[in-house]
Write a protein that binds this ligand. Structure first.
Ligand code: NDP
Length: 251
């Protein structure tokens, strides 16, 4: 899917929510989806960053996005119900949901792993996507052709020492993706559910995880967008429960 070439109007009239839309991969995804015609709901915790993305999308003449400030660390079911009600009132449906926001925590042996950091990581990376998805499923059903994408990691498929709660949260993310995909896999729902491992990508998170690495060797978020477009658009209809790698050629 690295080679996927999206038609110019792939996402025309689609309503797509992106979490962590203010920075890194989420920022690139929000701008890319808008460039292909989507109305993008920008979810994140730093309003200034979301406003900057909003301005860039507007300046480029793409469909007007919307800003939905949510801190995934403290958000409750009620916050997600409020989000769902707002989307219901404004659009009546949701066509795409990209769970992208995430935190790295610390690279620490399990023996010394701090409980507070553990709980925060599981909350932001795993529980928040669960709660948000639960609240938004009725709106996704209204789409008739909806796509949910979870963001994984290579350590969410094969764990490595010191990656602690981050790796565990990404294994959980793959589990959530598979359970949900299986539950929704019928014609009545028309909701496909998949995960993407972005692979090493030039963002702040990567720089924190690998401070000694020269970032120039990693692709930019914009360069890994083909698989995100493929899964958000109608060319992936019927594809569900699959794990994708943004930087590998799919068989
Ligand atoms: P960045 O750190 O650059 O961006 C993360 C985004 O998540 C930011 O917009 C951040 O908002 C948001 N976020 C973090 N915590 C919260 C919160 N509590 N509430 C709301 N939003 C929050 O990371 P990347 O772009 O690199 O990562 C994106 C996804 O890709 C993550 O899930 C990550 O695990 C995954 N990934 C990344 C890889 C890489 O090499 N970059 C490799 C494998 C997976 P703010 O800016 O306001 O803090």
């Amino acid at each position: 899917m690295q080679d996927y070439q999206a038609p110019a109007e792939l996402l025309k009239n689609r309503i797509i929510l992106v979490t962590g839309a203010g920075d890194g991969i989420g920022r690139a995804a929000a701008k890319t989806f808008a460039a292909y015609g989507a109305t993008v709901l920008l979810v994140g915790r730093t309003i200034k960053k979301l406003e900057a993305v909003y301005d860039e999308i507007e300046a480029a003449g793409h469909p007007q996005p919307a800003i939905c400030p949510i801190n995934l660390e403290g958000a409750t079911s009620k916050d997600y119900d409020d989000l769902a009600n707002t989307i219901q009132q404004e659009f009546g449906r949701l066509d795409g949901l990209l769970h992208n926001a995430g935190q790295l925590g610390t690279l620490t042996p399990i023996e010394q792993y701090d409980t507070e950091t553990w709980n925060k990581l599981l909350q932001v990376n795993l529980t928040a996507p669960f709660l948000m998805t639960q609240a938004l499923i009725p709106l996704l059903r209204e789409s008739g052709d909806a796509s949910v994408i979870f963001t994984s990691s290579s350590v969410g498929r094969k764990a490595r020492a010191y990656w602690g709660a981050y790796a565990v949260s990404k294994f959980g993310t793959e589990g959530l993706m598979q359970v949900l995909a299986d539950e929704l896999d019928d014609e009545h729902n028309n909701i496909r559910v998949n995960s993407i491992n972005p692979g090493a990508t030039r963002t702040n998170m990567r720089a924190h995880a690998y401070p000694a690495e020269n970032p120039i060797h990693n692709p930019t978020p914009e360069q890994i967008m083909p698989v995100y477009l493929y899964l958000m658009g109608s060319d992936s209809q019927g594809v569900t429960g699959q794990m994708f790698d943004a930087q590998k050629k799919q068989p």
